[in-house]
Write a protein that binds this ligand. Structure first.
Ligand code: ADP
Ligand code: MG
Length: 132
């Protein structure tokens, strides 16, 4: 996902360019606005964390871009491309280093395992919205 802060700041195109330049292909993509219930479900794994309420408010504060990306070793390579959760710790050349405002408003989401990538893909897209 390209998160609300990055969509609002008109960084969507630049972020998609970086993703394509890094060798990912786009299998599905859409602009959407998560409801509170959708954000709560998507981030349910974090519901005991102190920042959960803030995270749900942020993720519903404006439109997001959801996408399914394909590449060999996609999960690990995408996490490398986006950088650390906190932009202060993100490596030079990463998306979060360049576009994240803070640890909370950090521009992009990437799945953390193949299993979660499948769950999250199915959360955002139906089978007929996925190319190939
Ligand atoms: P990542 O997105 O890098 O996988 P996490 O899964 O740990 O990071 O956290 C999910 C999201 O919750 C983060 O991307 C960020 O938007 C938000 N978040 C994480 N830690 C904090 C925090 N300490 N305070 C506020 N928001 C946070
Ligand atoms: Mg995570």
């Amino acid at each position: 996902m390209i998160k609300p802060d990055a969509v609002e700041a008109n960084n969507t195109g630049k972020i998609i360019d970086m993703i394509i330049d890094a060798g990912f292909s786009i299998k599905a993509m859409k602009l959407t606005h998560l409801t509170k219930g959708e954000a709560e479900t998507f981030y349910a794994v974090h519901k005991e964390r102190p920042f959960y309420g803030e995270l749900v408010d942020y993720m519903t504060s404006g439109p997001i871009v959801a996408a399914i990306l394909e590449k060999s070793n996609a999960v690990e390579d995408f996490r490398k491309l986006i950088g650390a959760t906190d932009p202060a710790e993100a490596a030079e050349g990463t998306i979060r280093k360049q576009f994240a405002e803070s640890k909370a408003k950090n521009a992009v989401h990437g799945s953390d395992s193949d299993e979660n990538a499948e769950i999250e893909s199915n959360f955002h897209f139906s089978e007929r919205e996925i190319v190939g």
